[in-house]
Design a protein around this ligand. Structure first.
Ligand code: SIN
Ligand code: FE2
Length: 216
C-alpha cells in the first residue's frame, strides 16, 4: 500500500521526566507491523476482556511474546498462555522486537528487553480509563507504546490519579516511551472518534511493550 506519510522525518517531543513522544517513528514500518498484528490475531484473536469489577473493556486485546497481560473476574495477570486457546501466546514478531528496541534506545533506554506485548484495538468509542502499568516486576524498564491508524487523545498525568493531565494527540506511527521517574505515571486514552484511516480502516491499533520479568 502506498504510504502517504512515509517521507515525513521523525522528531522527538518531551512528555515528562523520562518520557518522550517519538513522532512518526514507526511510520516507515507500519505496513509490516500491521501484517504481523494480523498474524498474531489469527492465532490469538482480539477479545474484550472483563475486569475484576465485572466491567467489559471497550478495547479489544490480544498479546504476543513470552507473557501476555489478561484480566478476568479474579484479577490482572501476566500469563504464558492465552486463556482462550490454552496455548502459548504467539511469539513476538522480529519487527516488533526491533521497533521496541530501536524506540527505547532513541528515548534513552538502551537495554530494553520486552517479554510481553499487549495489542490493543480501539473501535469508535473505545477508551482506556486512567491507570498505571504496575503489574510488571521490572519497574526499571520503560514502557514503549506504538500508535497505528486512527488518531486518539492520550492523557499522561503523574504519580497520583489527581495530578494534572497532559493531553496529546497520538497519530499513525507515533511512539511514546515512558520510564524512570515517570514509569508509574497515570495514563489513559479518550474515547476514539469515528474516522477512516487508509492503513487500519475504522480502528486504532496500539502495541504496548513491557518488560515483566526482572533482568539480572
Ligand atoms: C495502554 O495504556 O496500555 C495503551 C495506551 C494506548 O493505547 O495508547
Ligand atoms: Fe497502560
Amino acid at each position: 500500500m502506498l504510504d502517504l506519510f512515509a517521507d515525513e522525518h521523525p522528531w522527538q517531543e518531551p512528555l515528562g521526566p523520562g518520557a518522550a513522544i517519538l513522532r512518526r517513528f514507526a511510520v516507515a514500518r507500519a505496513e509490516t507491523l500491521l501484517a504481523d498484528i494480523a498474524s498474531v490475531a489469527a492465532v490469538s484473536p482480539f477479545r474484550q476482556m472483563v475486569t475484576p469489577g465485572g466491567y467489559t473493556m471497550s478495547v479489544a486485546m490480544t498479546n504476543c511474546g513470552a507473557l501476555g497481560w489478561t484480566t478476568d473476574l479474579h484479577g490482572y495477570l501476566y500469563s504464558p498462555n492465552d486463556p482462550q486457546t490454552n496455548q502459548h501466546w504467539p511469539a513476538m514478531p522480529d519487527s516488533f522486537r526491533q521497533l521496541a528496541d530501536h524506540a527505547a534506545r532513541e528515548a534513552g533506554y538502551p537495554d530494553f528487553r520486552p517479554d510481553a506485548c499487549l495489542i490493543n484495538r480501539y473501535g469508535v468509542g473505545s477508551k482506556l480509563s486512567l491507570h498505571q502499568d504496575k503489574d510488571e516486576q521490572e519497574l526499571r524498564a520503560p514502557i514503549v507504546s506504538v500508535s497505528l491508524g486512527l488518531p486518539a487523545i492520550f492523557q499522561f498525568g503523574g504519580l497520583s490519579r489527581s495530578d494534572p493531565l497532559h493531553r496529546v494527540l497520538l497519530e499513525h506511527g507515533d511512539v511514546v516511551v515512558w520510564g524512570g521517574v515517570s514509569r508509574l505515571f497515570y495514563h489513559g486514552v479518550q474515547p476514539l472518534k469515528e474516522g477512516f484511516h487508509p492503513a487500519t480502516g475504522r480502528f486504532r491499533l496500539n502495541l504496548t511493550f513491557r518488560q515483566v520479568c526482572k533482568s539480572e
